[in-house]
Design a protein around this ligand. Structure first.
Ligand code: SF4
Length: 363
């Protein structure tokens, strides 16, 4: 799962590494430093000017990562995914609502991010990609475990549909360079082979789309600088020059529903801060920038021409910022039930579309 677009600071500040999103201030240290206010279905909303709109695929994921962020988000609010995720099974109604929502967000021109579940196993993905391509946006991204990219839709590989969308980024989650170890870490039987991954990278590159590999840091997996460098060399061998390493996301012990995902995440979390302190002293890494988000902290480094991103996030801080600034929407999510909301919970911050909208006019 990929986090919303960044709020960035270009010169290194050690205090930011220590304090992270706790010092986030929209109007002084975010990228946009501003909000946009516009009418939405009969009311007025105020949204962070660099907000991300996630299109959350209804498709159940075919992997079973024990650190799954899709499951962690509802757990952080005290509910399990199975009780929260509802799907609008009427294609016509779903797409009418999606198109209505994308049109309504035109004054914002948000970054658009397709995520899941597993979007490449979603039969709706080719049409979602068409919607995204036609919508004005700052950036367009698809986040996936990539297992469905070779599937055939309408006589063509899904990969070709993805290339046609001319996305800015294709984010592929791979927890370990070794396919067998990756299959175990992610509980994924049908991940891409290295040859297929090379094919994906070159096919989308010819359409202007850059692949980024996403790797979680795990005590039982990739951890420590030697592992990081081995992963980066694997990425380079696949034709990828952009990698993100993620600390397992934190949730609030006071509110979370303590399931196996929360427990595993707490047991397996490799702390990013000491790793970054080692990176700072490593001669092969050079600093690029720091990014402070409303519940995440990011550093970007260069390693032999490659972009290397480090990210950590705390869902407890997300809730704290929402409480401090309830009048400002920081991100948007189009849920599988066909509702646009300002949170990852389809029951919290629902914005529309209203039931009385003339949705069928869009079809
Ligand atoms: S790939 Fe893993 S983390 Fe991503 S949605 Fe599937 S199970 Fe969750």
């Amino acid at each position: 799962m990929i986090l919303p677009p960044p709020e960035e600071i270009s010169t290194f500040n050690d205090a930011l590494r220590r304090q992270k999103s706790r010092v986030f201030d929209l109007f002084s240290n975010s990228t946009a430093k501003s909000t946009v206010t516009f009418p939405l279905w009969g009311t007025s909303i105020t949204v962070y000017a660099n907000a991300n709109l996630s299109i959350y695929s209804a498709q159940k994921c075919n992997a079973s990562c024990r650190f799954c962020v899709e499951e962690l988000r509802p757990a952080s609010r005290g509910i399990s995914l199975q009780f929260q995720k509802k799907t609008n099974v009427d294609d016509s109604d779903y797409f009418a609502r999606l198109e209505q929502s994308l049109v309504a967000m035109a004054p914002l021109s948000p970054s658009l991010s397709i995520t899941g579940g597993e979007p490449t196993k979603d039969p709706r993905l080719p049409r979602i990609l068409q919607c995204v391509r036609q919508t004005p946006a700052k950036r367009r991204t698809l986040t996936t475990n990539a297992s469905g990219l070779m599937d055939i839709h309408g006589g063509r590989r899904l990969l070709e549909h993805v290339a046609d969308a001319h996305l800015n980024h294709l984010n592929i989650s791979i927890a370990d360079p070794d396919p067998r170890a990756n299959g175990i870490q992610m509980g994924l039987r049908d991940g891409l082979t290295p040859a297929q991954l090379c094919d994906v990278v070159s096919t989308v590159a010819s359409a202007g789309t850059r692949v980024r590999l996403s790797c979680v840091l795990l005590k039982s997996g990739v951890q420590g600088i030697d592992n990081l460098i081995a992963y980066l060399e694997f990425a380079r061998s696949m034709g990828v020059d952009n990698v993100i390493f993620r600390q397992l996301m934190k949730s609030d012990p006071a509110t979370h529903y303590s399931n196996s995902i929360v427990t595993f995440s707490d047991q397996q979390r490799v702390l990013l801060e000491p790793l970054l302190d080692q990176i700072s002293c490593h001669p092969q890494f050079t600093f690029e920038k720091q990014i402070v988000g409303y519940y995440y902290y990011v550093e970007v480094w260069k390693y032999q021409g490659m972009d290397v991103v480090f990210e950590e996030a705390d869902l407890a801080h997300l809730e704290a910022v929402k409480r401090q600034q309830p009048q400002i929407i920081h991100e948007l999510v189009f849920h599988p039930n066909g509702r646009l909301a300002s949170t990852w919970q389809p029951w919290d911050g629902v914005l529309g579309p209203p039931e009385d909208c003339d949705l069928l006019m869009i079809n």
